[in-house]
Design a protein around this ligand. Structure first.
Ligand SMILES: [Zn+2]
Length: 574
């Protein structure tokens, strides 16, 4: 009797917790070729089948598994429906895929969770087509605020406006409310007179280091603050309390789960924010995996006492990276360039770091076992970061440290091979390219343009190319990132053939950017980023196969299910 009971117990322990059958499962057989980070020799051309000009020959690929079994939060097996059915027991949960496609769970390798959550609560000016409309929306939002509260918003872009000019303080009619509206790239703010007064900004106020107060011909502040100058006004906005921050983090992550993301790299968070993540984790309220990059100021202040924390909560939370900034953004001409801006020859952009502090940060990170991801957009900023990384690595080399450059948008041809030589990972956001392409040429001029947003060139070096969105700068929706990476076109399919099309990537490579390469950039490639027995059961289930459909159809794909560690964190109404 005892023996019999034990057998029953063993049998009950052995079956899968959950099986998914009747779909297409994109396992390593479909995804492995050409997407192993670092696998290809430097400079060697991509295999012909991976070139963007050649559509992926899906018909030639052997049919892959149709079903997948999960146990204890990990992939137990992949195979035919019959083989997977055999692993089911009486308590096994079942998902009928009905032809849907199971991808390795998508990861966004660069976004800002709290800002994403906050953006869901603020005046949203993304896609607004004129200054007049932005003004009207601002007026309306201000009218709904309690007395004295700051009007906060984000997402405006004067390049998209009919008026084609910077906004001014007097354009912003918010009544008695001070107003602070962040530009789409997060690198400039449009403020009103009340905010300027509260910030103490007058004609005599000098530009702070790393920042600029836009002024008219008479020297008066116009109401746009660039990069570090934003802090003058932002410092006056009452800080969000803990409950607000917690709510924003959670809302941001929930939005990610709805988009089909199973993991995110949070690109710059303070230590109190990390404590809030730990609270969410302890309360079982972290829907997707979070890989935290600590804000450099917090890291420098506390660095000696900090140790990486890897895989807390069964891999839900990791804190082992530091985020630094080398420059600003291209749209606001804050990106640091080697030569002046083509459309504003008086400036080359802004340096956002102190070289000594940065060298100290790199030393400390190497000592303490932290990865560093440095924001660098202009070619001068990228060179400066590569130089600093090389100096910090010294003779020992740094490949194993997997240091990253976030954005790596404009890279001089001489610097391109240095990424591979130093083992530095370019962490890139495909939708930045397709958002910037209408005006990037004006900023950079024709000579530098081919050096911008060089995904193909980086991949051809054999480098991993983790993909992200930089949300809320862009939408966190990974379908948009995949589409942009494959096409280099806007959602209307313009320009025909793609902008600087030599840098497009294949659908397979685009998917690798948001799966395997993102995992590699977080030292997690043995745990996630692909589907194989033993890997974490992080799955994104789409109603169609992104490797088989035309890119434009990808934009219509529906996220049916998001699973993290075998747990359903988002389910679409069917
Ligand atoms: Zn960012």
């Amino acid at each position: 009797m005892l023996t019999w009971s034990l057998n029953v117990l063993l049998a009950l322990a052995a079956p899968a917790d959950l099986i998914l059958t009747g779909g297409h499962v994109l396992d390593d057989g479909r995804l492995a070729p050409g997407v192993n980070p670092g696998a290809r020799a430097s400079g060697a051309p991509a295999p012909a089948g991976l070139r963007p000009r050649t559509p992926v020959a899906t018909a030639a690929v052997a049919p892959g598994p149709t079903a997948l079994a999960i146990r204890d939060g990990r992939v137990l097996a992949l195979g035919s429906d019959a083989a997977i059915e055999a692993l089911a027991g009486p308590r096994t949960g079942r998902v009928a895929l009905r032809g849907a496609t199971v991808l390795p769970g998508l990861t966004d390798a660069h976004l800002h969770v709290e800002s994403l959550g906050a953006s869901l609560e603020q005046l949203d000016l993304v896609g607004v087509a004129s200054l007049a409309e932005a003004r009207a929306r601002g007026r309306e939002a201000a009218a709904a605020l309690p007395a004295g509260a700051w009007l906060q918003g984000r997402g405006w872009d004067q390049n998209d406006w009919k008026e084609q000019r910077w906004p001014t303080a007097s354009d912003l009619d918010a009544g008695d409310h001070p107003a602070f509206l962040t530009r789409i790239d997060g690198h400039a703010a449009w403020v009103n007179a009340r905010a300027l007064a509260l910030a103490g900004i007058g004609d005599a106020t000098p530009d702070p280091p790393g920042g600029r107060i836009l002024r008219d011909a008479a020297g008066h502040a116009t109401g746009v603050l660039v990069d570090a100058a934003m802090d003058l006004a932002q410092a006056r906005i009452p800080a969000p309390d803990e409950a607000t921050r917690l709510r924003r983090l959670q809302r941001g992550l929930e939005a990610c789960a709805r988009f089909g993301l199973t993991g995110v790299h949070d690109a710059g968070l303070d230590l109190p924010g990390v404590a809030l993540y730990k609270r969410l984790l302890a309360e079982g309220r972290l829907p997707v995996r979070v890989y935290v990059m600590l804000a450099s100021s917090d890291f420098l202040a506390a660095g000696e006492g900090l140790t990486p924390e890897v895989g807390l909560g069964d891999g839900l939370l990791t804190v082992r990276a530091v985020k630094a900034y080398a420059d600003g953004a291209l749209g606001s001409r804050g990106a640091l360039l080697l030569e002046p801006y083509a459309d504003e020859p008086r400036t080359r952009g802004l340096l956002a770091l102190q070289r000594d502090d940065f060298a100290r940060l790199l030393r400390l990170a190497l000592q303490r076992g932290f990865q560093v991801g440095t924001h660098a957009i202009g070619d001068a900023a990228n060179r400066l970061v590569l130089d600093a990384y090389a100096a910090a690595f010294g003779q020992a080399g740094g490949t194993a440290r997997r240091f990253r450059i976030e954005h790596a948008q404009v890279v001089s041809p001489e610097d391109l091979p240095r990424f591979k030589a130093l083992g530095v990972i370019p962490s890139m956001q495909p939708t930045h390219c397709t958002s910037d392409m209408p005006w990037a040429g004006a900023r950079l001029g024709p000579q530098r343009l081919p050096g911008a947003y060089r995904w193909r060139s980086f991949l051809d070096q054999g480098l991993p190319l983790p993909g992200g969105s930089d949300a809320p700068v862009e939408s966190a929706d990974p379908r948009l990132g995949l589409y942009a990476a494959i096409t280099r076109q806007d959602r209307e399919g313009q320009p025909a053939g793609g902008w600087q099309p030599q840098e497009r990537v294949s659908a397979l490579e685009a998917l690798a950017m948001f799966t395997r390469h993102a995992a590699f950039a977080a030292f997690e490639e043995d745990e996630r980023g692909s589907l194989a027995p033993g890997r974490r059961a992080d799955l994104t289930v789409l109603d169609r196969d992104p490797l088989a459909v035309a890119p434009a159809e990808l934009l219509q794909a529906r996220v049916l299910l998001t699973l993290v560690g075998g747990r359903v964190v988002h389910e679409a109404a069917r």
